[in-house]
Design a protein around this ligand. Structure first.
Ligand code: NAD
Ligand code: UFG
Length: 337
């Protein structure tokens, strides 16, 4: 069974491609490589020992997506392609709306044309805005504070409208919490260029002395140690959630929506301390002012995904810290060889 993975060279897409191949799916990737590298395809092949079809191109390119569907009998799409930097989205809202929404519209139009009506979509816990109650259930009120989050919320709305108009669609909306970690092999993972926006890549760059010090954005939140609390989830657990969601979609789910998180919140300081302990390295940090737009705490109620999919996260915060560091160290060794 062939599945199309948009953004399959990216962080979450690449790990999910490995799981898809291991589960016996045939994988076709389309990615314009705006935030990833071509060699990820080779790494996916190396890990799984299986072949992957790769198209370099933009999901906003109707002719390309049409060509892919005309050449392959695709049963479902996992739609990861999108821009994801919150700060950049505030500076360049049109880029985010154009890329994230146009790509989705194109995809849905071509899928309709070829009668492929099964899709798994990458949404985000960002659609919960500043949550009023914790842990967060799927039924919590939705709102956003930046254009990136708005693209996710609008796309969720588009998917609901598409389903209302045609009940033959099967759609899984997955709201991810904070994915970190990497594949055990150290062949794929997350290693952004430049100064990272997110906590784990920043911690790693401080640990490896590429950056001098981690700024902890605020220690006066209403949390046990005053620093921000998030639901960090191992990328492998997240990828496994996609296989379960895809199975559900292919069994005729209608439209469904699941939180993919662990249900546990860890503070910035807890993550830093755990990282130092398991990797036996020092992470210099200082307390800095709060980052604009940040919330105190955010963690999932993952019960619904367990009830409906039989999925729950299994790996712990120590695995996440170890595997994330292992991947970056391996990248470094390879580039210095
Ligand atoms: P990523 O940037 O590593 O992967 C996205 C991939 O999509 C990249 O390989 C990029 O080159 C590609 N891409 C972007 N726009 C494209 C386009 N128009 N056409 C073709 N390819 C395109 O990001 P990720 O962390 O793997 O995230 C995957 C999805 O999950 C995104 O939609 C993101 O918004 C969502 N998400 C991510 C997180 C997170 O913390 N990483 C949290 C919640 C939701
Ligand atoms: N933090 C620091 N210093 C840093 C970076 C982050 O103290 O240099 C803190 C933040 O203040 C926050 C926590 O670390 O308390 C996590 O921050 P991230 O930037 O890693 O993650 P966010 O929870 O802010 O946001 C991420 C993605 C969003 C996504 C959201 C939920 O960036 O796109 O998770 O999935 F919507």
């Amino acid at each position: 069974m062939k599945v199309l993975v948009t953004g399959g060279c990216g962080y979450i897409g690449s790990h999910t491609c490995v799981m898809l191949l291991e589960a016996g799916y045939d994988v076709i990737i389309v990615d314009n490589l705006c935030n990833s590298k071509r060699d990820v395809v080779d790494k996916i092949k190396e890990i799984t020992g299986k072949d992957v079809i790769f198209y370099k191109g933009d999901v906003c390119d109707y002719a390309l997506i049409n060509k892919i569907f005309s050449h392959h009998d695709i049963v479902a799409v996992l739609h990861f392609a999108g821009l994801k930097a919150v700060g950049e989205s505030v500076l360049k809202p049109l880029l985010y709306y154009r890329n994230n929404i146009d790509s989705t519209l194109n995809l849905l139009e071509v899928m309709t044309k070829y009668n492929c009506k099964n899709i798994v979509f990458s949404s985000s816990a960002t659609v919960y805005g500043a949550p009023k109650t914790l842990p967060i259930k799927e039924s919590a009120p939705l709102s956003t504070t930046n254009p990136y989050g708005s693209t996710k919320l609008y796309i969720e709305g588009i998917l609901r409208d598409v389903y209302e108009a045609d009940k033959n669609w099967n759609i899984a909306i997955l709201r991810y919490f904070n994915p970190i970690g990497a594949h055990k092999s150290g062949l794929i993972g997350e290693n952004p260029n430049g100064i990272p926006n997110n906590l784990m890549p920043y911690i790693i760059k401080v640990a490896t002395k590429e950056l001098e010090v981690l700024n902890i954005f605020g220690d006066d939140y209403d949390t046990p140690d005053g620093t921000g609390v998030r639901d960090y989830i191992h990328i492998i657990d997240l990828a496994k959630g996609h296989i379960k969601a895809l199975d559900k979609v292919l069994s005729g789910s209608g439209i469904v929506c699941y939180n993919l998180g662990t249900g546990h919140g860890y503070s910035v300081l807890e993550l830093v301390k755990t990282f130092e302990k398991v990797n036996n390295v020092k992470v210099n940090y200082r307390i800095a002012p709060r980052r604009e737009g940040d919330i105190a705490a955010c963690y999932a109620d993952p019960t619904y995904a367990f009830q409906e999919l039989g999925w729950k996260a299994e790996l712990g915060i120590e695995d996440m810290c170890r595997d994330a560091y292992n991947y970056v160290m391996k990248c470094k060794r390879n580039t210095s060889d």
